[in-house]
Design a protein around this ligand. Structure first.
Ligand SMILES: [Zn+2]
Length: 160
């Protein structure tokens, strides 16, 4: 798969177009993704380190995916948001599940927040990170929920 990058755009005018797919400079652009909606509703600042999305790049995938399948949405362009860190490096902005998918968190804007890819990669559900991110009460609730499920399963096993 090759990625073709065409053009940079300012953040605000693009977010005003979300969530309607539309033509931008002659290209049909997908603007109805959960990721872009998250940036529109929650802002473009990383919830973890505070780095801020600075510009969008309009891109398109060509060819086939790594496993040889046709690429999804061929012919439709998409926008990636980038921040620039203090070293001048380009950083991809992503969306993060506040309550992780693995714990039943939904892919809905209310459970999504903007996060830069380095923070997202290091998030790795460590206890310290989870408490900093969600506060200890939320973390305690998650642990309780798991404990209750575990106890319920145990009860069922004892009844059998
Ligand atoms: Zn970050």
């Amino acid at each position: 798969m090759s990625i073709i990058v065409k053009q940079a755009y300012k953040v605000e005018p693009i977010l005003q177009l979300v969530p309607k797919c539309t033509q931008i400079d002659g290209d049909l652009v997908r603007l109805n993704s959960a990721r872009l909606l998250t940036f529109k509703v929650k802002g473009v600042r990383c919830a973890c380190c505070g780095v801020e999305g600075a510009y969008f790049l309009k891109s398109i995938d060509r060819g086939v995916t790594a496993d040889g399948k046709p690429i999804p949405h061929p012919g439709i362009w998409y926008l990636n948001l980038f921040a620039v860190n203090s070293n001048g490096d380009r950083i991809l902005m992503t969306m993060d599940h506040i309550l992780p998918k693995s714990l039943g968190g939904e892919t809905h804007v209310k459970n999504l927040q903007p996060m830069c890819s380095p923070c997202n990669n290091t998030k790795a559900a460590t206890l310290g990170f989870a408490i900093r991110m969600w506060g200890w009460k939320v973390y305690a609730r998650i642990v309780l929920k798991r404990l209750r499920r575990w106890l319920r399963d145990l009860e069922h096993k004892l009844e059998d």
